[in-house]
Design a protein around this ligand. Structure first.
Ligand SMILES: *Cc1c(COP(=O)(O)O)cnc(C)c1O
Length: 409
């Protein structure tokens, strides 16, 4: 079921018309559907139901505490990549024994915080990180549970800036290094090697790279004879941003995961971000100006790359849809751009679009993941509001940032 859809030419999120919100609130703002988030979580879990996984939502995809609370209520844990995300996850009510901590560059303070909070796993990404954790743990007279992250050297077809599982990428340990790490783990007396983890990249729309990764994991378990308590299979499941994107089918992968779990008697963890949040939000923005270019019209929006960076950063394509549909045609091609003083502050170009007027409202689609969490104050612009819809109720979950807070330095 789609919670973001048109009723009589008017865009609705659940029971609320977007147009009615634009008359009450200043644009731009993020607008989420709570039911959509809950449904995505359930459907992801149900895909892998047989292996009863622990789902650790990837907080970097969306770190709003109210959204984390929604997921916490569904049973989610958290995958965090900084001390700040760890504190947010705990503040949202997620129990530390459902939190895993990934990232190649954890600082000493972040490691100490993770130890103090007694989280489930610190997913280690290098030998030297393990040595540091062992030393800190020794000082505290504690034995700390870690996972070790594998870089399986698998080329998952995705944008080069979001690939993480190839040998040339900075993440994890190569198979050879990981095996020798496992065989020497006894030297690090204050560590318990409880898990092996992988995360091969993001926005992956084929099952094959995930299946190949599972094979590499099997090979490692067979070689080392270490039967990990947890096998953390990461995130990376893609969503359909473009019309021609084919939905990923996780059936046969899910069966393989189930077999794997039974064979090695381990607990499965997943770390989805985009698959849970991606399609649950729109960014509502106003056409500030229309401007004639030499062979197209620019629709200059009041939202820019500071509010939503994916297009500038990853060449991502996000459809922009009208808040109110009409039956008229726009003359010639139309390009949606933002106000920031950078050439890459542009969104999408259409050869055909409906008739657009200055001050019309439009919505950038599928911005729930890596949207608000990636936004910035570039060009000294305040962070915009975030609003969540639950049936016919709208609730502000982040107020538009006060410009005064930007004037202190
Ligand atoms: C970013 C990240 C994820 C989530 O990736 P998605 O593509 O949003 O599912 C999971 N695990 C780790 C370690 C990550 O860095």
């Amino acid at each position: 079921m789609s919670y973001i859809r048109y009723k009589n030419k008017n865009l609705f999120v659940e029971g609320v018309s977007v147009k009615s919100l634009t008359s009450k609130l200043s644009t731009p703002f993020y607008l989420y559907s709570k039911s959509n988030i809950a449904e995505n979580y359930k459907s992801f879990f149900n895909n892998f139901k047989k292996s009863n996984p622990l789902i650790c939502f990837s907080v970097k995809a969306n770190s709003n505490i109210q959204i984390l609370k929604v997921l916490k209520k569904m049973g989610s844990g958290a995958d965090v990549v900084s001390g700040g995300e760890l504190l947010k996850a705990i503040k949202s009510g997620i129990k530390p024994n459902k939190i895993v901590f990934s990232g190649v560059g954890k600082s000493e303070d972040e490691i100490k915080l993770a130890i103090r909070k007694k989280i489930l796993l610190i997913n280690v990404e290098s030998e030297n990180e393990a040595i540091l954790i062992n030393k800190i743990a020794g000082g505290l007279k504690k034995k700390i549970a870690i996972g070790i992250r594998l870089n399986p050297d698998i080329n998952a077809p995705t944008h080069k800036k979001i690939s993480t599982g190839k040998a040339e990428d900075k993440f994890g340990l190569s198979k050879t290094n990981l095996i020798s790490f496992c065989l020497n783990i006894k030297k690090l007396k204050n560590l318990k090697l409880n898990a092996i983890s992988v995360h091969i990249g993001s926005q992956i729309l084929s099952e094959n790279p995930f299946k190949k990764t599972l094979k590499v994991l099997e090979e490692i378990i067979e070689k080392t004879k270490i039967y990990f308590k947890f096998v953390d299979l990461g995130g990376g499941f893609g969503i359909t941003y473009k019309k021609n994107d084919k939905k990923i089918n996780l059936k046969s992968y899910s069966n393989l995961v189930d077999k794997f779990k039974k064979k090695y008697d381990c607990n499965i963890i997943f770390e989805p971000g985009r698959a849970i949040l991606g399609n649950t939000a729109i960014l509502v923005t106003k056409v500030q100006y229309l401007k004639k270019g030499s062979n197209k019209t620019f629709a200059i929006l009041n939202a820019g790359m500071n509010d939503f960076m994916r297009t500038a950063l990853y060449d991502a394509v996000h459809n922009i849809i009208p808040v109110v549909k009409n039956n008229k045609k726009n003359k010639g091609p139309l390009e949606f751009v933002g106000p920031i003083c950078e050439t890459t502050c542009k969104f999408v170009k259409y050869n055909k679009y409906q008739k657009l007027n200055q001050s019309d409202y439009v919505a950038i689609s599928d911005v729930g993941a890596y949207g608000a969490s990636l936004s910035s104050n570039y060009n000294t612009k305040p962070l915009i509001a975030e609003i969540i819809i639950n049936k016919s109720k709208a609730r502000i979950i982040r107020k538009k940032q006060d410009i005064k807070s930007l004037l202190k330095q």
